[in-house]
Design a protein around this ligand. Structure first.
Ligand SMILES: [Zn+2]
Ligand SMILES: [Zn+2]
Length: 81
């Protein structure tokens, strides 16, 4: 039996190889990145241009503004206001 990656269509002989391959997809530096809103708890999608960003970010759901510092796509600092 063959195991198929639904992301890119590559096929593998066993599930361990497929699992390792899927981890590579997840480690992709392209994102998508996201910040969890401190006001409503929902995700705010951010583009790769904000992978290294510090400043204001407005939640598209509740319209509250947060001050964030994002480094390599990871949120280092986030606070409301
Ligand atoms: Zn794949
Ligand atoms: Zn929000």
């Amino acid at each position: 039996m063959r195991f198929k990656c639904f992301t890119c269509g590559a096929e593998f002989d066993n599930i361990e190889q497929l699992a390792g391959h899927k981890r590579q997809h997840q480690a992709s530096p392209k994102g998508p990145y996201g910040v969890t809103c401190l006001g409503c708890g929902r995700g705010i999608p951010i583009g790769p241009e904000k992978a290294n960003y510090s400043g204001q970010l407005t939640c598209s759901h509740c319209r509250r503004t947060m001050t964030v510092v994002i480094e390599d796509g990871e949120v280092a600092v986030a606070r409301l206001g």
